[in-house]
Design a protein around this ligand. Structure first.
Ligand code: UDP
Length: 239
């Protein structure tokens, strides 16, 4: 990686320029942050694991008809992706109450939900990514109504596909966060990553947490945890 190619530095990834103006390289760093950057660490090889896990998940979603920014994995830490303009919303899907929602609403973590919950928050570090409703997002001009509905629809499709995938490796998909962006041709596609940094995965039998909560709540070793997810996914072979 060349430092002079960096277009943008995020909390866990760099975006690097390529010689094509509609393609970028996503570089997975080892940095771990939680609570909007208040807790920080550098965990050797986390980026490599997240690159591998995202590669498997994105390829599976693409095979199942989901449009994404992903083009190909270049090496241990880098993916070639379509350049996108990000919709400044975090799309969160919840199947089981946990984390901020359980806390905010005073419900027990682990409570089953009668249907998936769709949540959006405004991507803004200074404001701590505040929760929005659809009217806020549309009336403030953050996203067009049709596009918001399309993203929700894609998120629920992704949820169905991933619940099934993780079930095959004895994991419960508790919740996850995804992002969408517009390509040069104005197509709305899934972007960013899908890794244990952005989702909650619990072992079906033991309910052991196998995701970033291990880092947030000091529950154990992140590398062992993320490797366990990767190993289970790799055992499935071609998806
Ligand atoms: N999440 C994320 N980035 C964020 C906030 C949340 O990837 O900035 C993910 C998180 O890992 C979890 C889901 O979205 O899988 C729901 O997170 P929650 O709102 O419960 O917040 P948290 O407890 O992570 O603060």
């Amino acid at each position: 990686m060349n430092k002079e190619d960096i277009i943008y530095e995020g909390k866990a990834k760099y975006l690097l320029k390529t010689d094509k103006d509609d393609e970028v390289i996503v570089y997975f760093k080892d940095d771990a942050t939680a609570f909007n950057g208040v807790k920080k660490d550098n965990i050797e090889s986390k980026g490599i694991l997240n690159n591998k896990i995202t590669t498997i998940i994105f390829n599976y979603l693409i095979k199942n008809g989901i449009k994404t920014h992903y083009l190909k994995t270049l090496n241990d830490r880098e993916q070639l992706c379509k350049k996108v303009t990000i919709v400044p919303l975090e799309f969160i899907c919840r199947n089981i109450a946990a984390g901020s929602m359980a806390k905010r609403l005073g419900v027990e973590e682990g409570k089953e939900l009668t249907r998936p919950i769709r949540e959006i928050s405004y991507k803004c570090d200074e404001l701590n990514d505040p929760l929005l409703n659809d009217d806020h997002a549309i009336a403030l001009g953050i996203v067009k109504e049709d596009d918001l509905m399309y993203c929700y629809d894609q998120m629920l499709k992704i949820n169905d596909l991933l619940i099934k995938l993780f079930d095959r490796i004895n994991l419960i998909l508790v919740d996850f966060k995804i992002e969408f962006g517009y390509t040069k041709d104005n197509e709305l596609v899934l972007c960013d990553e899908f890794s244990p940094d952005n989702c909650r995965l619990w072992d079906k039998d033991t309910k052991q947490k196998l995701d970033k909560d291990v880092f947030r709540r000091d529950l154990g070793n992140i590398i062992d945890t993320y490797s366990e997810i990767l190993n289970r996914l790799e055992k499935l072979g071609d998806l």
